[in-house]
Design a protein around this ligand. Sequence first.
Ligand code: GN1
Ligand code: MG
Length: 382
Amino acid sequence: MDNKEMPHDLRKVAEEFLNSQKIVEIKEIESGHINKTYLVVMPECNYILQEINTHVFNSPFGMMHNIKEVTEYIRKKLIYEGKDPNRATLNIVTSRLGQDIVIYKNRYWRCMQYINGSKTYEIIESKEMFYEVGKAVGEFQFLLNGFHTRILDDTIRHFHDTPYRYEKFLDIIKLDRCDRVKECQEEIEFIHARSAFFSRITSKLEKKIIPYRVTHNDTKLSNVLLDEKTGKALCLIDLDTVMKGSILYDYGDALRIGASIAVEDEVDLEKVKIDLELVEAFTKGFLNEVKEILLPSEAEALYDGYHIITCEIAMRFLHDYLEGDLYFRINRKKHNLERARNQIKLVQEIEKNEKEIKALINKVLKELNYDEKFFSSNLPKA
Ligand code: GN1
Ligand code: MG
């Protein structure tokens, strides 16, 4: 599918949201594996224009409903607390007819304000930086603690349902449509060997041992905005997958990329290692924000979040490779296989450091005087 936009079409779409007289330039931003993103430059402030990938998000209105509800809630909460909400959450721009989505030539578009002076990163540059990322991820959870999960649409069903994803993975292997299974035997075996614990989080959700919360579900590093000058946390972006879920996946997904020394598609696997000091810095920032709402049953399973989400993403990249690269955008032929191998190496690193990571999480909890008695009255709303 050729996704290159005609400049004329892009302008037409942008003009549905913004004053056509003031649009200086529209340029593509390389970010994310799913949607297409553009920066619209205007004299006073810039905007983000995005084409929603409706193959992945087949309920775009449900998705926008979730984003609107969640950002409105965060905005009101921040105002109530006397804080400035403008740089602390996304601001949706509606079309001149008041709609959140513009459909142009059968494709779906939305627009948001660009947060000035903000920056995202593909790789962590210091402990301080990752501490701030931890704060942003934790604050998101904290701010949404009182939000009813039932308000939200299940935009991508079974999104972090790792056992379900494993079932689908088995189906794809059986089908072997692209004749790629024989090339990936080792990787497939790696996933099989870990499948027994894929339900560790989902079964606790089902049994209500841990609660469903409003979660971001895609807390990878490049979805966290930091202030360009001060390096302080601003907010989480890419709220497309905001739904009900487990805080453990949000904790783990942020660590997955942030605590790895290499980028997600690094092919030199020697470079794929985790930095324990980074794990600690993130955990401190994160737990400091959520210490008053985190249940002991969640606190004791934080490591599982890190481990299982990394297995899940490895399996998803491999699944997409076996299926013929239908889901994640690729820049080279074996990109998804390379990503899968990278994540598999990361899983090995996490497993190798299991004891250290668990000890580190406990150390941070102790330092924060985490204590059961705070939490019983602060259960999230169903
Ligand atoms: C996708 O859209 P993007 O690139 O932020 C994916 C996430 C994966 C991530 C891996 C809707 O996120 O689940 O963790 O790639 N998003 C969706 O980098 O599937
Ligand atoms: Mg995303």
